[in-house]
Design a protein around this ligand. Sequence first.
Ligand SMILES: [Ca+2]
Ligand SMILES: [Ca+2]
Ligand SMILES: [Ca+2]
Length: 415
Amino acid sequence: MKRALAFLLFTAVFPVASLFAADPASTNNVSLPNGFKYEVLVEGDIPEPVDLDFAPDGRLWFTSRRGFIWAYDFKSKSKKEIAHIQVPFEQIKGKENNERGLHGLEFDPNFSKNGYVYLHYATLTGDLFTNRVSRFTFKNDQLVAGSEKIYLQIPSTRGYHQGGVIEYNKKDGKLYISTGDNNVSNETKKFFDDPNNPPQNLGDLRGKVLRLNLDGTIPKDNPFVNTPGARPEIFTYGHRNPYSMNIDPKTGNVYVGEVGFDGNEAIEEINFIKPGGNYGWPRCSGNNQGTFGGDCPIKDAISPWIMYVHQQGGASITSGPFYRDNGVKNSFPKEWRDGMFYADYSRKWIRFAKVNPADNSVITNVPFGRGFGGPLSMKQGPDGALYFNEYGGWFTGSPKDRLSRIVYTGEGVVK
Ligand SMILES: [Ca+2]
Ligand SMILES: [Ca+2]
Ligand SMILES: [Ca+2]
C-alpha cells in the first residue's frame, strides 16, 4: 500500500460500537449511475477490514488486518466474530511501517463438508517475522484448535508490501496467492538492478503470484517446476505489491492489482496473469519503462492490462470482480457486465473496464462511482451486488471502516 498517509500511523484508535448507526448520505458523498444504490452494511467496530469472500452458506466473511474474522449474516443484518488470530499488527514508534497482519481469506470448494478455510497472515517468533499461508478447519463457526496445516512460510524481513491475497480458481481447481516484494519504497534506487532482490529472484517467494493444489502440494504444470534454483510454487514474478486479486468465474483468467511506486511518474497497474510471466518490477513498470528512466532492460516483461500514471497526488489501485451475469433478478444491466470493476483506495472511486471477449482487451473504461471511503477487496455477491470494504484509516482502524455494497435497483431489471 502507498505510504502517502503515513502521518496517520500513530493516531489512536477509536472504534465505534454502533453497527447500523451510519447514514451513508451524511458521511459520504457517493455518486453512482441512475438505478444503483449504495448501502453500508456495517460501520465502525470493524478495525482495518482488508479482505472478504462469500461462504457457501451465503454469509460474507471478512478479515481485519488485526486478526479478526467476521461473518456478516444477511438475514439478521449483523456481523459475528468467527475467530481472532494473533498477529503482529502493531506499529512501533520510531520503527518502520508495519503493514503485516491477517490478510487473505479463501474457502475450500467443499467447505460445507470439510470446513477448510485458507488464511494468509503474519507471525512473529522471537524477532523473526514470517507470512504464513495455512489451511484451518472451522466447525460450527469456530476455528478448530490444532487444525492448522501450514502450506507456505514466506519471510517478511521488512514491514512493507506484504501482498497477501488467496483466491480459489474453480476453472483449474488451484489456489492463487499473491506476495509483496517486502521492499522499502524510498530505497528502490539501491536495489532496483540487484538480481537477488525478491521480485526478480526465482529462489524467493516474495513479489510473486504463487499457485498451489488445494492440499498444499505443487501443481505439476507450474511454470518453474523444472527450473534449477527456482521455487516451484511460483506462477508469475516481478510484482511490487499485489494487494488485490480477482478471478473471472467464466474464463478462469487471473488479475492482480498492483500498487505503484511513489511520485508523479508512478504507475498503478492491473496485471493479467500468464504462466511464467515477468511483470517487470523493480527494474521497470507500466509499459516497460525503466523505473529510473530509459527502456526496460527486461525484454519480455509483460505490460499491464490496465494502468494509469499518478500525475499528482497519491493513488492505490485495487482490482475488483470480473462482473458476469449470474442470472439473479438484480444483476447489473448489460453495459456493466463482462468486464472488471476496479477501484482506487486513495482516490475513492470505482471504474468499470468492459472487455472484448475475443482478445481480452479493454474496449471502454468509464467511471462508475465516487465518494467512497477507501474501497478495498471488491467482490460480486451471489445476489449480483458489488461488495467491498472501506478502509477508513491508515493502519490505525477508523470509526469509518465499513462493509458496503452497491445494489442495482433500476427500473425493469434489464436482462
Ligand atoms: Ca479470497
Ligand atoms: Ca474467493
Ligand atoms: Ca509491472
